[in-house]
Design a protein. Structure first.
Length: 310
């Protein structure tokens, strides 16, 4: 039994396996029933389209039974403690997938109490399964991750943090975070990146597109208001001027083979233009598909403990 609460809990080989398995599961006709008759709980206290559905679909395709809980479905709302809830659910379920948009410490507390795997489907500061889906999309597109360069544009949010951790754990993969001043990933995240990469992590952060060097293989952006949460500065949009991914932006950094990624949902016309999101470079929809294959890979790894890429 093992949980996936943060990518910082993994080593490079474990992440490499999860990505490779997700690539395999994404191939046409690649089906496994490795979770036959297992029970997976899916608890989302915040809204979700892709992540919630992808975990349900992935678990079902692997043969598991699922039960989904919304924000008002568990007795947590009436005062039962997280620990007591965990003790009970661990007697019924083989894994629990959780999205809270709260502190990651809550999930660690849940995992410490429950005798079942806990999967982080989004916490306040990290979205680990999203990063696995991101790397899966890139690996599928280019055949390998080593030697590739990802440019992540916009706010240094939970997806950007998870991607930075994933890149730090992937030898040869490079990430440039291009964020407006005051909206980058926190310093402690960059410090963790250095630790994960043992001083060899190829992750840099800047605020000026002119600081982006080398060939860019993938340009990645996210919704500027994560989970739709308003920002403290009422005039925040002015800081993001020039960070929208449109044809003018692409002309500055893209090469003929550069692809576009977006974790979705998109605010069309804000962080990305329609012609880019719907254009030939876009892999955002395949990326959304790989949220399911990443969920399958993670659930299988957590519940069965087996590793078989094929």
């Amino acid at each position: 039994m093992r949980s996936l609460i943060s990518l910082t809990d993994l080593n490079s080989a474990e992440l490499e396996y999860l990505v490779a398995r997700a690539v395999y599961l994404g191939r046409d006709g690649a089906q496994a029933k490795s979770l036959a008759d297992r029970a997976v709980g899916i608890y989302f206290s915040k809204s979700s389209t892709r992540t919630r559905t992808s975990f349900w679909a992935g678990a079902t395709r692997l043969g598991a039974h699922t039960i989904a809980y919304g924000p008002d479905d568990l007795q947590l709302v009436t005062g039962e403690t997280l620990q007591d809830t965990a003790r009970v659910l661990s007697q019924y379920l083989d894994a629990l997938v959780v999205r809270t948009n709260g502190p990651i410490g809550d999930m660690r507390s849940l995992s410490a109490t429950a005798s079942l795997p806990v999967v982080n489907a989004l916490s306040e500061c990290e979205h680990p399964t999203q990063a696995i889906a991101d790397l899966t999309t890139i690996a599928e597109e280019f055949g390998s991750l080593a030697g590739r360069h990802v440019l992540c544009v916009g706010e240094g949010n939970s997806s950007a943090t998870a991607l930075a951790y994933a890149v730090a754990l992937t030898p040869g993969l490079r990430l440039t975070l291009l964020c407006p001043a005051g909206y980058g990933v926190p310093d402690h995240v960059l410090e963790t990146v250095e630790r994960l990469g043992a001083g060899h992590a190829q992750v840099t952060q800047c605020t000026d597109i002119d600081r982006v060097t080398g060939t860019v293989d993938a340009i990645y952006t996210s919704r500027w208001q994560t989970m739709g949460v308003p920002k403290e500065d009422a005039d925040w949009l002015t800081a993001f001027e020039g960070f929208r991914i449109d044809e003018e932006f692409l002309a500055k950094v893209a090469s003929p083979h550069t692809v576009f990624l977006h974790d979705l949902p998109a605010v069309r016309g804000q962080e990305v233009s329609d012609d880019v999101l719907d254009g030939a470079r876009s892999r955002a929809w395949r990326q959304a598909y790989h949220k399911m294959t990443a969920a399958m890979s993670v659930l299988e790894w957590c519940i069965t403990g087996t590793e078989h890429v094929h």
